[in-house]
Design a protein around this ligand. Structure first.
Ligand SMILES: [Zn+2]
Length: 234
């Protein structure tokens, strides 16, 4: 076999191996995405529950503050009661105090409702946090497997790519660029041995005269029907 052709076939062998490794690498992506999606959903739920509990905590703090303020007001009103001189002043002070007490009563009932909601929100948050932790624990092994597989494939790829580079140094530049162009990103293989009287890829028959020339010269030629390079197997 012609040495240029042999060198080219060696390059193609390495390219086919690279393609196989890249395909395996790409197949890992959906597995990683699936793990990420599941974890992401659990994480989102925890974040939403944290926000809900946080909002109730804020309301709780606000209402507690208001109750303290209004209770202080009642105390002050009570103290003022002692200082009132007239009946009219006394009536006004009582009315003011009664109103403040009603407000406090409403706020205290609000606070009870907030406390209940907060407790509930904390319960939901806690169970979602547990769920997230359990998903992460379950995924640890799966992620480890995927990462190990990826590292292994990356390692193999580095070796094969270096071999491809070394092999391509033995192929004449014009032939190599023709091969690269034909192979592009769509084809796994670009060079085919003729199969009997036809192109080994598309099975289009090659005229006898041309076959004869190819077999005599060992030339690598283009199949006009399908666009691959073909050679006469010797
Ligand atoms: Zn063909």
């Amino acid at each position: 076999m012609d040495t240029d052709l042999a060198a080219l076939l060696k390059v193609q062998d390495e390219d086919v191996t690279i393609h196989g490794l890249e395909t395996r690498l790409a197949a890992l992506e959906p597995r990683i995405r699936e793990l990420d999606t599941r974890r992401g959903k659990a994480l989102d739920a925890v974040e939403r529950a944290t926000a809900t509990a946080g909002a109730e905590e804020k309301k709780q703090a606000y209402v507690r503050e208001k109750i303290a303020e209004h209770k202080l007001l009642i105390e002050r009103n009570q103290a003022q009661m002692d200082a009132v001189k007239t009946m009219k002043q006394a009536t006004a002070a009582v009315a003011q105090m009664e109103q403040a007490k009603r407000i406090v009563a409403t706020e205290e009932s609000d606070l009870l409702a907030i406390n209940r909601r907060l407790e509930e929100a904390r319960g939901v948050l806690h169970s979602l946090q547990n769920e997230l932790a359990s998903i992460e624990a379950q995924q640890e092994a799966a992620r480890g497997e995927v990462m190990a597989e990826r590292a292994e494939i990356d390692g193999e790829l580095a070796v094969v790519r270096a071999q491809r580079d070394a092999a391509s140094a033995h192929v004449p530049a014009a032939l190599l660029s023709r091969y690269d162009r034909i192979r592009g990103s769509r084809r796994v293989e670009a060079v085919f041995a003729m199969s009997g009287m036809a192109c080994g890829n598309c099975d289009t028959a090659i005229p006898m005269q041309r076959r004869h020339v190819m077999s005599a010269s060992g030339a690598v030629e283009l199949c006009e029907a399908c666009g691959v390079l073909m050679y006469f197997p010797g």
